[in-house]
Design a protein around this ligand. Structure first.
Ligand code: NAI
Ligand code: MG
Length: 355
């Protein structure tokens, strides 16, 4: 029996979580896996209900669970709140309090969507499979000091980019190991020509490469990487990078797959529970209309089956079902290419479940 914490959050969060649960239940029946689902309120919904985006009892629920499935948080309603009250603190706080320092973002282009990308087919090819390993609990997002303060002649805002050797080593290890399971090529992305943190990053990763002789390591500056992702994405297998760079590069990489609604992620640490979430946000512009693409959330659930429960066959069956659905021409409204039938969020879930 696996206890799964469901944290739908705001906007399209509840719509896509419902579809992922539908799929997990079906897979559970097929593969004899018992799930116990328990829901927690986070984000703007929790601000409204409890005055805080991440109530203590949600952290407790997560710590007592075997896996966490997170939707998305945030929206215009809460944008004016001070930082510590903002819905986004829910996901940042969870990553930090569970010490989930490695975010695996799986950039998969399904064959049926090869024409959905604005990037030319001869560049992306038929299929694409890149894994971005993004550091998740350090860098600019958490470095101190930070703030906005008055100066003699105006105002200044400041953040701190900071990494310790231990923080770099532990996330790099996960990236090297991911490369070992894949095509054995690791690209470490930094800005070592300018940033001290990047110089430390590069020297540690280079040193660690000796322990992984089967993995080919290359280094790339982040500005070049953002260009290479579009010019020649097929050169990449696993990309390792720090928090902010990884955030930006993975949104960019999502374009290769046809929609940001296609990209799942897993957040891992030294101990479970791990957290799974689509890389997109709460999409307030389409929330409530049944227009959201649930695939990123469904594939996040598949990653949970693999990484948290070691159910590789069940995880593969979800990925196959998504592939068949797309091959049949079913699409949510965010993807036009190859669409034979545009369906709603819940219809998409039903069709995937049917395979
Ligand atoms: P977003 O990812 O929510 O939306 C960007 C664009 O992609 C929108 O046009 C949206 O309609 C579309 N989109 C996103 N997911 C989709 C899906 N599954 N299917 C179809 N279309 C989809 O990013 P945005 O607009 O910058 O942020 C909206 C809110 O979400 C903000 O409050 C932001 O802070 C929050 N956010 C939360 C995250 C999280 O909970 N992990 C991550 C990123 C943003
Ligand atoms: Mg982002």
């Amino acid at each position: 029996m696996y206890k799964v914490a469901l944290l739908p959050g705001d906007g399209i969060g509840p719509e896509i979580i419902a579809e992922a649960v539908k799929i997990l239940k079906a897979v559970g029946e097929k593969y004899n896996i018992d799930f116990q689902f328990e829901e927690g309120i986070v984000g703007g919904a929790a601000v409204d209900a409890y005055g805080t985006p991440l109530p203590d009892k949600v952290i407790e629920l997560c710590k007592s669970s075997d896996g966490i499935l997170f939707g998305a948080v945030g929206g215009p309603k809460w944008d004016a709140l001070p930082k510590e009250k903002r819905p986004e603190q829910a996901i940042l706080g969870l990553r930090k309090s569970l010490d989930l320092y490695a975010n695996l973002r799986s950039v998969i282009l399904f064959k049926a969507l090869a024409d959905a990308s604005p990037i030319k087919r001869e560049i992306i090819g038929d299929e694409l499979d890149i894994m971005i390993v993004r550091e998740l609990t350090g860098g600019l997002y958490f470095g101190k000091p930070r703030g906005i303060e008055k100066t003699a002649d105006g105002v200044r805002g400041f953040d701190t980019m900071e990494y310790t050797d231990k923080e770099i080593k532990r996330v790099a290890r996960i990236a090297f190991e991911a490369a070992q399971r894949r095509k054995k090529h690791l690209t470490s992305v930094d800005k070592a020509n300018v940033l001290e943190t990047s110089r430390l990053w590069r020297s540690i990763v280079t040193e660690m490469a000796k322990d992984y002789p089967d993995v080919t390591l290359s280094h790339m500056y982040v500005d070049n990487c953002s260009m290479q992702l579009i010019l020649n994405p097929r050169q990449f297998d696993v990309i390792l990078t720090e928090n902010t760079f990884g955030d930006i590069l993975s949104d960019e990489a999502s374009v290769l797959t046809g929609s940001i609604g296609m990209l799942p992620s897993a957040s891992l640490g030294d101990s479970k529970p791990y957290l799974y979430e689509p890389i997109h946000g709460s999409a307030p512009d389409i929330a409530g209309f049944g227009k959201a693409n649930p695939v990123a959330c469904i594939l996040s659930a598949a990653m949970m089956l693999e990484y948290s429960f070691d159910k590789k066959e069940a995880a593969a069956s979800v990925q196959n079902a998504v592939e068949k659905t797309l091959n049949e021409g079913y699409r949510t409204f965010d993807i036009q290419a190859g669409a034979k039938k545009v369906v709603s969020t819940s219809e998409m879930g039903d069709i995937i479940k049917g395979y």
